[in-house]
Design a protein around this ligand. Structure first.
Ligand code: HEM
Length: 192
């Protein structure tokens, strides 16, 4: 395994498990309002994190197809399809989390979290099928790159491993950990 993945996994496995536990089937996938709530929680973190990644030095890196990896528009479209928006105040997550500027290392760590979430996304999409959610109806955000999913993951992680010398992995892991904690914070929020 690459140094990049070894460090990222060891530094984030605990918070990943915590996040995974928060996305419970009964809470979010038993009816459409639970699914709306899930999408809103994602959006409140995803959209500002992606904006910060796009504003970082990572934007100058052509090899990883950054634009293709961005999913805020899919998320907005899905929110629209299931008829909700961040203006919906019932969930307690009616605002974007504030995400500061990121260094290149932090942006790579954050992108590791966003890209890795596609693994869980495919599970969510399958489990939400009984609500009528499909990639074409409300579930585009959770759908992967089809049969290119493994190749896209490999392209990113291989590239990250090649650009980050060992002494920069710590900052990348901090960026990943911080990104995971934004999600955890929003998933744990209860309505005011
Ligand atoms: C119900 C929710 C989730 C489930 C069931 C889930 C499940 C999984 C699974 C099965 C993997 C692949 C593990 C492997 O092959 O080693 C994975 C990897 C990953 N997931 Fe999740 N996940 C969930 C939510 C999330 C969320 C919300 C995020 C981020 C916000 C996330 C971030 C990651 C990352 C970064 C990896 C890559 C780990 C690595 O290979 O280095 N996951 N997840």
């Amino acid at each position: 395994m690459s140094d990049f993945l070894t460090v990222m996994r060891s530094r984030t496995s605990e918070v990943h498990s915590q996040v995974e536990r928060e996305i419970s089937l009964e809470k979010h996938l038993s009816d459409l309002s639970g699914y709306r709530d899930l999408l809103l929680r994602f959006a409140s973190v995803w959209i500002p994190v992606e904006a910060s990644i796009k504003a970082s030095e990572l934007r100058n890196c052509e090899t990883i197809q950054l634009d293709r990896r961005m999913r805020s528009d899919d998320l907005r479209r899905d929110l629209n399809t299931v008829k909700t928006s961040l203006a919906d105040r019932t969930t307690g997550v009616c605002e974007y989390v504030p995400v500061p500027e990121m260094t290149l290392e932090e942006a790579i760590g954050a992108l590791y979290v966003l890209e890795g979430s596609r693994f869980g996304g495919s599970v969510i999409l399958r489990e939400a099928g009984h609500l009528g959610i499909t990639p074409a109806w409300g579930g585009k955000f959770f759908s992967g790159y089809g049969n290119e999913t493994a190749a896209m993951w490999k392209q990113f992680t291989k590239w990250a491993d090649s650009v980050l010398a060992v002494d920069r992995l710590d900052s990348a892991a901090e960026g990943a950990d911080r990104c995971f904690s934004y999600f955890l914070g929003q998933f744990q929020k209860t309505p005011a």
